[in-house]
Design a protein. Sequence first.
Length: 611
Amino acid sequence: MNADNHQFQTLRTLILKSQYESLNESEIAELNTLIQSDGGAQEAATLIDQLCAFTDSGSLDSLPMAKIMSGTFRNGVTEGTLAASAEPKSTNTAPVTLADANAESPRHRALYSTQSTYWTKAYWLVGIAASHLLIASLAWSLAKTSLTNTPVAEITLEATPPQLLSMTACVWHASGSTVPTIGEPIHTGDVLNLVEGVAELRIGEDTPSEALVRMEGPASIFIRADGQLGFRHGTLTAKSIGTGIEKVTIETPIGEVLIDGQSSIGLVSHNTVNEVHLFAGRALVRPTRVDSTATKFVLEQGDAVRYTSKPGNELETVKFEASLANFASSRSNGFDPLRLDENYVDAVLDSKPSIYWRFEELAGEAPHYVVNQGSAPNMDAVPIGNPGWHQYGDNRVAELGGSATSSAFQALQPWPEKPLDEYTVEMWVKPQLFHHGEVICLHEIKALKDGRHQHTMMLETIAQHYYTHRLKDSPPNRFRFVHRSLGSRDPISATNMYAENPYLARVWQHVVAQKQGDRQLLWIDGQLSAERFNPVPLSQNAQILVGQVYPTSTYRRFVGQIDEIAIYDRCLSPQELRKHIKAAGRSVAPKELGLSAVTKRRPSQLQAEDE
């Protein structure tokens, strides 16, 4: 590791540590030195961009907040102190409003309760205190300006080409398309192909056409000659910041969508179906296909319209109610709180788990660990990297994937001691976005020559695949459950299955992967979602890993929150699973999902398949 990498790693570590506890005097001094070193501000801003992306309030009104916070930041840079501006003095100050928007976040509570002297010495932390994606980009530009000794009076928000403000753990399609960089302009004609993740852009800055746009992978857009957007396919939301009538134009596959100032919309385009949802304000849909008979359509708040292409070049038009549920980025990370009490803990313990990790606290001396409340000895969980935490009332959950470094957990010892024909893995899962992420897996301890590990069990979130050949035909946005023997030569199709319905982003789901004899089962929220024939047992002495697919790599890391992992050496009954869900205060649908999409195949059929 060279000197630059070492100092940047220290910088990232200190930033992450500062979210959950106050830094001591020497750490603050080291941090301020590192952030003012060559490349330090940019490195810090990259991490802050990601952190802010995972704690956004869900509101699309980020620009007003950004201007408030940028003013606060300028005062800190100029005067060398934020004691007066960062410490809230009344319920009417801007900082309190920002904190209240994420009142359940322990990070924000900690930052706003910190003594003013701490803010004075670590003034740059105001970039983390703000909860919206846009703040990090402003903090970055202002920090870079301070390093070049540019007078604060000269810092202005001038009109610029479209630019990427922030993003989650995004995967960009690198073949023949632009891979954007945070803070850099996106030029006319550039095409952005987002495979996975949520990315926020700003267009028309400081003009009547100014808007914030969030695209959700998989999605594709391009930049028109006038600086406005062309929407090719996928899902995006847009919030117009300016004023006036029909100031923001987005070109879609069925025509133009013109958005009034102070309006917010959502767009969906998949194959022959295009939808426009209006959440606030007013918009006009103007089909421009020369072969179409469709006419323009005015949308008022709460309206949505769906255009479906039919044979004969006609568009079928259906009006319905706008739905925020179709757009992952419209929900904050605090959406759908998971508040569990002793009733849930008692219900799980009554089922006698071998392993039960609750994530309420870390115990012991460094390295700290999550205590196993199950019956298996020496099965505590040790953090890998820097997992985060989120508080819902009295219940704390683990938050993974929030930085470019690892954030995972692994068991201290291998498990199980002997092969198992029956087992149950039960947990609560809240994906941040649609992506390919490893929720939990059991892998062989010894690595292969290329550094990878074989797996006997995997529970993953899956997105729409463009780059993994063997999964390219998998259904998009599903939980995937893989069960196979270590060293098995069976094809992937013989050992894995997918939930019948898509998972929900930023919503808690009770997920259970089970094996019972020759049955492999996947349950979602108390409903049987997939089943198949699979006679192989769970291999013995495997390593349990939560949050990523390999212990020394962030490849396929899970982005979201997890809680209450319970692993059993038997197959729990449907009645037990539903008892646990009810103890969590959640309802269970009385009727199981149909298995129309599930094929129960016999060994002769499995042998005929290939990878």
